[in-house]
Design a protein around this ligand. Structure first.
Ligand code: NAP
Length: 231
């Protein structure tokens, strides 16, 4: 297993996700992985336009970026990157481009760990340039309790057994919370207190995200972002 300071390199976690919205499950995952893998820091990378999702089904990148900043602000080991959010002109944002960006940024001198949900990693063999991805970065798959690891082993192991050496799995009980669960609760007018940091809850309510309720106050967004929402 790659570990912090092996070959005296930094170890950097890149926490990739749509974060619509970010919740305590994501935060617990990042902290747990940081400690377990001895990472120097975890950089959250809210996705721009995820390749497998329609833009209209996902909140504006700027909203997801701002909620991620609010959620991570109190942890000195956490940072948030705009690298995918700012790739607005791109039709789709692919993980390989993000990993290449960080590989270059650290001049190849850091071990990179891409952290995301196990269900997303199950699909990795369909991701753009997945072989290059697996060669320049390790993957950490966060699972919910009761998730069957054999799914991952069968799906990836059968086609590309060598890829399994580069994929680590961590079970996170707090991942029983999901973004879908939170969005559904907001749309049903139910409380989401304690499922996400209070600042994120307030951001959701102020901006009327996930519900038809009138926003209490709207966060000003750039004209680029407004155009995307109106599309
Ligand atoms: P998703 O399909 O919305 O989520 C799949 C599962 O993983 C959900 O249960 C989700 O729970 C969980 N999950 C997502 N991000 C997580 C995280 N950081 N930590 C723990 N669990 C997480 O996945 P997604 O958010 O769209 O994609 C995940 C990442 O993979 C993104 O960075 C995306 O850009 C990348 N990706 C890249 C490609 C490509 O390059 N071709 C294709 C697909 C995905 P929640 O809903 O609660 O988050």
């Amino acid at each position: 297993m790659l570990h912090a300071n092996s070959e005296e390199k930094q170890s950097i976690g890149l926490m990739g996700g749509t974060f619509d919205p970010i919740h305590l499950g994501h935060l617990v995952t990042a902290e747990e992985v940081r400690i377990k893998f001895g990472l120097d820091k975890v950089i959250f990378v809210p996705s721009g336009h995820p390749p497998h999702k329609e833009a209209k089904d996902v909140s504006a990148p700027e909203h997801r970026y701002l909620m991620t900043v609010l959620a991570t602000i109190t942890n000195p080991y956490f940072n948030v990157s705009r690298v995918e959010v700012d790739r607005m002109q791109a039709e789709r944002t692919y993980t390989i481009e993000t990993i290449r960006f960080f590989h270059q940024y650290y001049e190849g001198k850091a071990n990179l760990f891409f952290i995301t949900g196990a269900d997303a990693i199950l699909e990795i063999l369909s991701w753009k340039d997945y072989q290059e991805l697996l060669s320049i970065c390790s993957f950490i798959a966060a699972t919910r309790p009761g998730y069957s690891l054999s799914k991952l082993e069968e799906t990836i192991g059968e086609v590309c057994p060598e890829a399994l050496c580069n994929i680590y799995v961590v079970e996170i009980p707090a991942m029983a919370i999901s973004s879908t669960f939170i969005r559904n609760r907001v749309s049903e007018g139910k409380s989401i207190k304690y499922l996400t940091p209070e600042a994120v809850t307030q951001y959701i309510l102020k901006n009327g995200l996930y519900s038809d309720a009138k926003p209490q106050y709207k966060t000003p967004l750039s004209s680029d972002t407004k155009n995307r929402i109106l599309k």
